[in-house]
Design a protein around this ligand. Sequence first.
Ligand code: CTP
Ligand code: MN
Ligand code: MN
Ligand code: MN
Length: 413
Amino acid sequence: EDPDAELAVVSLPSYACQRHTPLQHHNKGLIGALSILAENAELSENEGRGVAFRRAAALLKSLPQEIGRAGQLRGLPCLGDHSLRVIKEVLEDGGCREVEATKESEQFKAMKALTGIFGVGPKTADRWFREGIHTPSDLQRSGHTLNRAQQAGLQHYDDLNLPVTKAEADAICLIVERAVGEVLPGAEITLIGGFRRGKQTGHDVDFLITHPEEGREEGLMVKVVSWLEAQGLLLYQKTTRNSYLEGKDGPARPPSNMDRFERCFSIFRLSAEQLRRTTHSTTDPSSRVNTDLHTVPPQSALRRSDSSAQMDGQVRVESSVWSQGSGSRSWRAVRLDLVVSPYSQFAFALLGWTGSKLFERELRRWAVHERAMTLSSHTLYDSRQKLYLRAGSEQEIFALLGLEYIPPCGRNA
Ligand code: CTP
Ligand code: MN
Ligand code: MN
Ligand code: MN
């Protein structure tokens, strides 16, 4: 064999925040296999192992072409022994035994099903699994006392496990925009999370709210949530106050991935009528097809294309939530996350909440290890200068970190 063929197809930097990671990539099989192992590690609360598989998968997502032989990966970063072993096996045998065994494992299946309940994390799911509870129905029958979040999660289990479409996100956006406009004129709302990165579906909808006059945003969340509740639009909500105090509460405190903004984790009641109205009035021609339906949303919102049915590397084959059985549903439940940030921290909040989770983790790791800086969703702290660095845009933050700017669509690590 030609030894040159064994050289890496391309050279890539090792931090995901130094590379573009597009939504569409060329190694779906390999990435799917690594993602299963990452997911299993996360469900087993083996964070380090999970991150190692996620980094390997993200590296493959940045490759400009499909990999045919493992030799083509020589010299590339982020690929540990274990990940390379999995990649080789998939390339040579068309599958990996460890991945197949994981997918078939009762524990993995049960942990996935149980953590798929809103309000249930791996610790609780594991405890239940060891009591013989493997499914949401087992849990229902068990008579366990559930907290408010878990009760809502169980109640809306099917809806919350169906992908949320961009059309549904747009419909919710219009309503939240209205709520925000009513309670604080001049406040601004931005779609963040996966949809900002260009995803066509998500597991929830995320919005960041701010006001150009610093301080006006204080107490805004409570008002927005009350407005939505008064309209009967929230099936569940838990609001947390802003607990951030610069200096007192900055990088000197134990590092935490959780930021301290006013935020609300909720379950939104999206009606078919609201969805229909949005898809009819939108100026985006792609979502204006089949508007001849009267009682149900247009087909664009109803049918999920093959590519949009893909979530987290796994293809879900299911009919739309809006057209179950013979009739059509009048509403569905959608997970909705709201965050309020002061204007001065907006760029940091935007960067911190756009994701992906791995991209965010890599940004913080880069900041600490390569620049001796602490990045959060509030600010950037330079430990050498002992100084908070201000920024008015994401571009400025990348520049302060000495990184090339990566637009949201390139942050799908
Ligand atoms: N995030 C956070 N703190 C949380 C939850 C989420 O800072 N308690 C951030 C994540 O780091 C991510 C963003 O919020 O950057 C969006 O998180 P999430 O909605 O969980 O993921 P998405 O990337 O939006 O993916 P999906 O489409 O599945 O919702
Ligand atoms: Mn290993
Ligand atoms: Mn999201
Ligand atoms: Mn979210």
